[in-house]
Design a protein around this ligand. Sequence first.
Ligand code: ZN
Length: 712
Amino acid sequence: MKQHLFVFCIFLIVSSCNMPGKAPDNISDATNPLFEESTLPYHTIPFDKIKESDFEPAFEKGMADEMKAVDSIAQNPAAPTFENTLVALEKSGQLLDRVNKAFNALTSANTNDHLQKIQEAMAPQLAAHSDSIYMNTRLYQRVDTIYKKLGQLQLDSESRRLVEYYHQKFVMNGAALPDSGKAQLKKLNAEEATLSTKFSNQLLAAAKAGALVVKSPEELAGLSDAEIQAAGEAAKKANHEGYYLLALINTTQQPALQSLRNRDTRKDLFEASWTRAERGDSNDTRKNILRIAAIRQEKARILGFADYASWKLQDQMAKTPQAVNAFLGKLVPAALAKAAAEATDIKAMKLREKDTSGLAPYDWDFYAEKVRKEKYDLDESAIKPYFVLDSVLKNGVFYAATRLYGITFKERTDLPVYQEDVKVYEVFEQDGTPMALFYCDYFKRDNKNGGAWMDNFVTQSKLFHTKPVIVNVCNFAKPVKGQPALLSFDDVTTMFHEFGHALHGLFASQTYPSLSGTSVARDFVEMPSQFNEHWALDSTVLKHYARNHKTGEIIPQVLVDKIRNAATFNQGYAMTELLAAAKLDMQWHLLSSRDSAVTDVDAFEQQALQKNGILISYIPPRYRSSYFLHIWANGYSAGYYAYSWAEMLDHDAYAWFTENGGLKRENGQRFRDMILSRGNSEDLAALYKAFRGREPDITPLLQNRGLIPGKK
Ligand SMILES: [Zn+2]
């Protein structure tokens, strides 16, 4: 019973669209390829055989099969044992897992109206299916009996962890409550799910309706001709022919604010973003938020917790709101001090440009860009010729992995893919033993979700004798035919990042799929990926992959220095806006389950920021409550801090490498043995401490962000 979990990277927001699609033809097919385990190498997905009409019957059979298996475990007249209950649970739901993986691969990276329609139909059914398993009283009693005897059982450590994992999951989902409590909880879960979906849809509509429309191209001065032309076309599409339209992205700050010279336009664009979901119309999310927050207070009360965050954080590495707040509390002063120094530079630049108005949030990016150019003189177009996708992958990402972990890669062209740009590599151990498949799908398509992510097509498990099959998906610009794909340094970093997730999956060495690879807490999962980013700038690795595609020349040191120096630019601002959002998230979820519900979103938000000393007029939170999709609809409630927490771990882990000779085979092996191969088989805090020899230290994070002095 492996629950599907994508690894979402920090800037990725997945939203579902309400597109009309053709009705699915519901013919159950005896030859449905999803019904049987794949006969391809590594049991990888037979994309060439699966038809869209195969999904619904496979989902239905998958849920029915799993329910049957779960019922027979719950009703088993024999006394509960580890084998007849927990191993049996792990073995249930294999068909459903297979369907989910194939379906998610397509709906995230190569979707269409028909698949979206199936997705909408399946989502509530899958949620109810999960509830009926995790609130099954008899099943829980069996798990609980085993859990209580854990001290007397002869189990290996991973098996013990599996007992704890399931027990916690059942309890967190309310399995131990009396029937009345369960009934209340189910009702609240259903209401919350409906409101969360409503919130996503409102937000999508609010962003669309909130786009800034201007009359003349002069108002857009500062944007490139191509950008102005695109704004004209966007307006035409939205039935504002003759006008210019700037669409809103998810965050508070908007990309165009960096370039727009007209301060009034900047102000209007910022206001459009800031108030997008607070206009008193049908897209106003505030009533919805108040109800979701109240539901969470009520759920915490039913489950016996002081607040929702205390309940939610139990299975995370941080474990308690106190630990999260202590962590954030260490970052806030350093971030504010750096942001204050940056503000001084920006104000000086404003004055030099003869702008005597006060510093507003819509001035920051515009003047920061001028400061950046002046201080670092970093020109993207001068860098790109050194970053050819194919070389970054083979001579950079793969090369670093070979140097650290001994693994090698060979392209395979005999396996089916879902789209022609997808490539497949087989991965080998140092001694030549075949170990995994790695798929990569790097180019942007308009039927692909934004952002970048990693996922498993097959999860490693000794129980099932399966080896990992992994995919990395990104959104890099596709070159015209015959031209090499050139990447920005951000893209290069993204590629290393996603491959870090891939390594976490590739080296998985667990018996139980529920504990395998990247199936770890949110505040740990971004550690291996962010850690892997460090190798992009390692001088040995960099010299090996960054070669000019025309001349073959290795990237000159002067450009490397510029990239390195620019890395800490504006990090005071970036960290402060992130912390403001993380604090907001915590405040909403620290509302006491005994207190009455909040009645005013804006007043609450203002007080929450003020109370935490992070209410700064020109540094608004990265997301405001009314459009904070992560916490109201995407599972990051009391969890937005996780990105920064994992960042602390990744810099601290990299500091260990620096202290021990950097890019060395034995260092990589140690990291593989102690972290990357361990999945969720042990307590993650203990795992990390064993690797580092002490608790994680926040200093390397502060140094790398340039928030305190120290080596990069
Ligand atoms: Zn990530």
